[in-house]
Design a protein around this ligand. Sequence first.
Ligand SMILES: [Zn+2]
Length: 193
Amino acid sequence: MKPFNFLLTCYADQTYGRGEDDRLIRLVASYERKPARWIRLDWYDTHTGDKHRITTHRTGSQGAIRVKSYREVLADYRTHEESKSMGPDGLPCTRRTRGLLGRRLVATEGRPMHVGKESNSIEARMRGEVESEDEYLNRYEPNQCGCGCGEVVRGKAVYASAAHKQRAWRQRLRAMRTRKLNQGQTLRPMIGS
Ligand SMILES: [Zn+2]
């Protein structure tokens, strides 16, 4: 397989097409025009570079990885859950959901922030080399103070000043006490006047 050539890919079976680390094996092969030859090509795991044979029969074998047939891909597509919509009952869709779908509600946590498109480093992300959102997401607004005051902080600073850091710490402590009270635990009584 030469770099920058066209290539083929196929989809490993969810159950039987897994590598040693339980990762779904992703296979590519040199481009071949005739579908009848696909089953006999040398396929390569994009993760390890190992060469494999493929099969669409049963569970596969030691020498051949079980991949999905067109029929299976189509069958999955016909009944896959629509994750972006709500069912008529207002609940997330399942394979059994029927009827007119509605929009899912989106709840924001905190203040909205302007971010870039999510396709940065997409190949590295598909290879699993980049996982943290911070490594690929562009944020177009400066960071704000961690105490929630709304003040802008520069560089890698989390708080606007030491006083803000203390305020955030007190807030966390208060939240922790409230949680404990809600859980029915008693706080240590205050000693003194
Ligand atoms: Zn602050």
